[in-house]
Each structure stands twice: as C-alpha cells, then as structure tokens.
Design a protein around this ligand. Structure first.
Ligand code: 5GP
Length: 195
C-alpha cells in the first residue's frame, strides 16, 4: 500500500529536524521540475552570451548549485553576503555588505540568485549597488516570492513559486541556521519559535 504523501515527502529530511515541520509548501519534485523550466528560460534568454550568477549567501546556495548545473550557456559564479535581518523574522530595512564580490562586473551579464523576495528591501539595495558597477545587464532569479509583503517594486525576472505570508525554511532557507538542508520548502510548528 502507498505511503501517505506527506510522510513520503519528509523521507529525506534529517530525522532530528522532521518533528519540527508543520507543512510541506513546495516539495522537492516540484522545485526540481520548476528549475528545469527556469534554466531553459535562462538558456533561451541569454543564448550566445556568458552569464555571471551572483548568489546571495547563505540562502541561495542550493538554488545556485541546482541552477548552474542545469544551464547549457556558459556561466560563472560569485557570491555576496548581506545582512538584512537581525534575529527577528522581519526585515529591518538596513542592509550591510558582509562579503563583497571577488571581481568587477563591468560589462558582464549578471543574474542575481536569491532565495526569497519578501519586502524587497534587500534586493532593492543590492540592485542599486550592483547597477552602479555598470554590468551589461542585471536581472534576478528568485526561488520564492511573497508578493503580499512587497514594500518596494522589484523587477524579478525569473520566479520559482509564489508563497503566502508565512515564514518558510528549507532548500537553503534557515531558521537560526537550521533546516537549510531540507530539500522541500516547509513551515515550522509554532513551538519551534519558542512562542
Ligand atoms: P527582504 O529584504 O526582501 O524583506 O528579505 C529578503 C531576505 O529575508 C531573504 O533573502 C531571506 O534571507 C530573508 N527571508 C525573508 N522571508 C523569509 C522566510 O520566510 N524564511 C526565511 N528563512 N528567510 C526569509
């Protein structure tokens, strides 16, 4: 007899984390299938060009790895780390660069790889900052977007999934540095937040 879908989807979750999960919002298979589509779109749009993927640490690492290995155009990667959140789960609006790019981007086709666009404040800052370095083009790919939370209008060219206004973890996204290795996008039980 087939297993219930929900428990099957949690098979790959490290057992120490499994009990913390409330709901699977986007399962692994849907993420991987959507990445096939996004990579095909990016291949088409950038045909004949090289692209520099800039991953925003740490949340974008799984997306970066899964996306770059799907592309058939020539891609290189670099990373930035910014702080947009304090310890809370909502945006402070203050963005600091903790780690900058290794090299200049002038004249390059740049694609920012972001885990989730929430208020949009982080990306707004990042795009202004990177645009001032005169890339040939600048676009964004984000696995997730929370449209109802947007405070600034950000042109996100490639979006994986829209999610409601709930705090999510998994597929690179953390809560207190945990759950990044969970292969699906999930929500956590309220007691995990200690509330
Ligand atoms: P924004 O500046 O758009 O409000 O926030 C962007 C950053 O906040 C994301 O890159 C991510 O690090 C964090 N963030 C926003 N929403 C969530 C969420 O639901 N879960 C997690 N783990 N991080 C989030």
């Amino acid at each position: 007899m087939a297993e219930p879908a929900a428990s099957h989807m949690l098979d790959t979750v490290p057992p120490v984390l499994r009990d913390d999960i409330e709901e699977v919002l986007v399962d692994e298979a849907r993420i991987q299938a959507r990445l096939d589509e996004l990579a095909a779109e990016i291949d088409r749009d950038y045909a004949g060009h090289d692209v520099l993927l800039i991953g925003v640490l740490k949340g974008a690492i799984l997306l970066m790895a899964d996306l770059t290995r799907r592309l058939t155009i020539n891609s290189s990667i670099d990373f930035m780390a910014v702080s947009s959140y304090g310890s809370a789960t909502s945006s402070s609006g203050t963005v600091r660069i903790l780690k900058d790019l290794d090299a200049a981007i002038e004249g390059l086709h740049v694609l920012i790889v972001e885990d989730i666009v929430d208020s949009g404040l982080t990306l707004d800052y990042l795009m202004k900052n990177l645009r001032s370095r005169r890339p040939a083009s600048l676009e964004v790919v984000a696995l997730l977007t929370k449209p109802t939370r947007r405070e600034v209008d950000i042109p996100v060219r490639y979006v994986g999934f829209e999610v409601p206004d709930v705090f999510v973890v998994g597929y690179g996204l953390d809560y207190a540095e945990r759950y990044r290795s969970v292969r699906s996008i999930v929500t956590l039980k309220p007691e995990v937040y200690g509330g």
